[in-house]
Design a protein. Structure first.
Lengths: 404, 338
């Protein structure tokens, strides 16, 4: 920097904006910003002019008018007289539901497959690479279709459960697998059930407290308390006791064949299952590769050192390798979670009512408000993706190497 | 960056809509081909045959327009559209003419900025169920799972019907007729609902059509007709009167077989005006004198088109019903050619 001489005091010429290194980058940035702003302005005015010429306008009033259509599986109350906005909310909640479920299961699949890909067992190793290569190299759209088609064609229709000699029967008389979905018993919360739930939550907290106490005792005095059986006991005994003391307040509502369909119980629709499973198994293959990369990024010396201390291989993985591997795994994991959320917009293929299917599909079609609906959709996916990113970044910074 | 991409995409959509707003006739003539939107495949109405040529009731209307405007009934580019894509395709100018059993409704005519040029099929929404289900009325469908094509008027009618009868159902939204057929046959839904003509057409393609029945209830009015973009009235007039010519030809007894003879020696002045041997009707809509003659020769008059594609002699087996001429107790009634 010392070679650059100071300009001779105070005279500023216009040409210096380009010739002087002190101003040049600012000048270029200002010019670029003006060009971008003008382009956006031109595109926007062009859009406005064309819309006006076609006699159309941008209005979000349709969100308040009745939607007029019904939705199969909703988590919040909804009927055909609810507003388009509410239909959009139904879609948002369904999107979040399937994205959450798929993120959890994809992570489980991915970690298992990633760890097993490095197994010493030839068969397990090859099976896992087979899984990874097959699933990540075929588009998720095709997986969704295949899984949904297999479900609808191979599973029995509710009709098969009917009659004197039905061709299908329910599992334990409680769970019915049909091509419209899986029906499971639903809990019915009677009076006093709150106490049972509270006891259950308290015993979970108790398990954690006991385990941290046992760890502390081990570190302080070297005494080793049993951990497994007390945990299991804490998990079951208080809740079961309270359940019977309160007079069995929680009962189960079993699904039963009434009319055309199973009624009662909880229905997990075939579209949700197909979408959930396809997204998890597809993204799980990518996560498996992330996990493998993360594990291989941990120096082999760490494993050998742990082995030299006498740790068993399972413990080496859990206590030494995985915690370090997580630092490598989490950043790419964030983008996999984002992928799941965005890929869930393929739900319309199987008739799952996510936000793309309700707001971006039926509402768009019935009202013809394409620009408005698409803008709202983009906004939604942007916000959700940024939120997921933000949460995962917080987790990432809590996991990353603390440099002192 | 995100923002500019967004506006860019919107602008392209906007530009296309603007550019296509006027002069469709000139565009079609310059292109030498009519871009006609049809279904992705509904036997009898629009579907490719074994040789890959499109044929059907709606296809015939497209061919008649092409024959009238371009003089060649094969100068048509068929663009398959779904219930969801059809309006965007028309509004953006991707197609010039949409003949895809589309129901004429108030909001489509006004709010969506289209013009329906007439009605070529008077339909109503019905239900198809497997015979084994033992259902005899749509009102027995309480709790049933219903397959329904999304983005159609049937979706709204269905919600209204079940609500007004105070019964419940579970909708399974599907994208195309083929998908609906597969879901219905697999038993993933108890009943399939769409326009009764569409159900008859779908049933005709089943392995055992006799195992399925159409329920007697018709829950809506579905006047199906071709449509064009709003704002180009010349193009709207041409297509409207091509359709009217097909209907009038049946009423006046002009068929593809006797049309030459009728043109040369008729003493009915209206026939002479339609076929261009008298008057200047063609000139009034910017075409030559023989426009209607070519349109009728393309696939025959309305009755011939109906009988060949969806009539009682075909596997679809639809009776004329409401779609008979007004002289036979139906609703077909064209304004006079004068």
């Amino acid at each position: 920097m010392s070679t650059i001489t100071d300009p001779q005091g105070g005279t500023f010429r216009l040409s210096m904006l380009l010739n002087d290194t002190r101003y040049r980058s600012t000048t270029l940035q200002v010019i670029a910003a003006i060009i971008i702003a003008l382009t956006i302005g031109y595109l926007y005015s062009n859009l406005a002019a064309n819309l006006e010429a076609a006699g159309l306008n941008i209005s979000f009033a349709f969100l308040g008018s009745p939607a007029g259509y019904d939705i199969g599986q909703t988590l919040i109350e909804y009927d055909s007289q609810s507003s388009n906005l509410r239909a959009a909310f139904v879609g948002i909640i369904n999107t979040l539901l399937v994205a959450f479920l798929a993120c959890v299961t994809a992570t489980v699949f991915g970690v298992f497959a990633g760890v097993l890909r490095l197994s010493n067992n030839w068969l397990v190793r090859k099976l896992m690479s087979f899984y990874v290569e097959i699933f990540r190299n075929i588009p998720v759209l095709i997986w969704i279709l295949i899984i949904f088609t297999i479900m609808t064609v191979s599973m029995p229709a509710p009709n098969a459960f009917r009659g004197e000699t039905p061709t299908s029967s329910m599992l334990f008389d409680a769970v019915a697998f049909t091509n419209r979905g899986v029906y499971i018993p639903a809990p019915v919360w009677g009076p006093g059930s709150l106490v049972v739930v509270a006891t259950f939550v308290l015993s979970i907290i108790g398990i954690f407290a006991y385990r941290s106490y046992a760890t502390k005792l081990l570190y302080d005095t070297g005494r080793l308390l049993p951990r497994f059986w007390p945990s299991v006991g804490l998990f079951f005994i208080p809740t079961i006791l309270v359940f019977f003391i309160m007079g069995s307040p929680i009962s189960l509502d079993y699904p039963a064949l009434k009319g055309f369909n199973f009624r009662g119980g909880l229905q997990i629709g075939a579209p949700l299952i197909a979408l959930w499973f396809a997204l998890s198994i597809y993204t799980g293959a990518f996560i498996a590769e992330n996990v493998r990369a993360g594990i291989q990024a941990v120096s082999k010396g760490q494993t050998e050192a742990a082995a030299a201390l006498g740790l068993r291989s399972g413990r080496i993985m859990n206590l030494v390798v995985l915690p370090q591997a997580l630092r490598v795994i989490i950043p790419p994991l964030i983008s996999q979670y984002l992928n799941i959320t965005k890929n869930s917009s393929l739900a319309i293929l199987v008739g799952y009512a996510d936000i793309t299917a309700t707001l971006g599909g039926i509402t768009l079609n019935q009202t013809g408000r394409a620009i408005e609906c698409v803008l709202l959709l983009m906004l939604f996916y942007l916000v959700i993706s940024l939120l997921i990113s933000a949460f995962m970044n917080v987790y990432n910074s809590s996991m990353k190497l603390k440099e002192r | 960056m995100n923002k500019s991409v967004l506006f860019g995409a919107l602008t392209i959509a906007g530009l296309a809509a603007g550019a296509a707003a006027a002069g469709t006739l000139d565009d079609v003539k310059a292109r030498g081909k009519l871009n006609c939107g049809v279904t992705t495949g509904l036997a009898g109405f629009a579907a490719p045959n074994a040789n890959g040529e499109w044929e059907g009731f709606d296809v015939a209307v497209c061919r008649a327009v092409a024959a009238a405007v371009l003089g060649d009934k094969n100068a048509v580019e068929f663009v398959p559209t779904t219930g969801k894509t059809r309006f965007t395709a028309l509004a953006s100018g991707e197609i010039d003419f949409l003949a895809r059993n589309t129901t004429w409704t108030f909001s489509r005519d006004t709010d969506l900025k289209f013009d329906f040029v007439g009605i070529n099929y008077y339909d109503g929404q019905g239900f198809m169920v497997p015979k084994a289900l033992g259902v005899s009325s749509a009102k027995d469908l309480d709790g049933a799972t219903v397959c329904i094509q999304t983005g159609t008027t049937t979706e709204l009618n269905l919600a209204d019907f079940f609500r007004s009868n105070n019964i419940s159902y579970e909708p399974v939204p599907i994208e195309t007729n083929a998908e609906g057929q597969q879901q219905y046959l697999a038993g993933a839904c108890d009943t399939y609902t769409t326009d009764a003509s569409g159900l008859a057409s779908t049933r005709a393609t089943f392995e055992n059509p006799g195992d399925h029945v159409l329920l007697p209830e018709i829950i809506s009015k579905e006047p199906l007709g071709p449509l064009v973009r709003h704002g180009d009235n010349e193009w709207g007039d041409i297509t409207r009167w091509v359709l009217n010519a097909l209907i009038a030809a049946e009423e006046l007894g002009i068929t593809s077989a006797n049309i030459e003879e009728m043109a040369s020696n008729t003493n009915n002045p209206e026939v002479a005006r339609i076929l261009g041997t008298e008057g200047t009707l063609g000139e009034m809509i910017g075409l030559d004198a023989e426009w209607a003659k070519r349109a009728i020769m393309a696939e025959g008059n309305y009755g011939e088109i109906f009988a060949r594609n969806i009539g009682e002699e075909t596997p679809i087996g639809l009776a004329r019903g409401l779609n008979a001429q007004w002289t036979d107790g139906g609703l077909l009634y064209t304004p006079p050619f004068r």
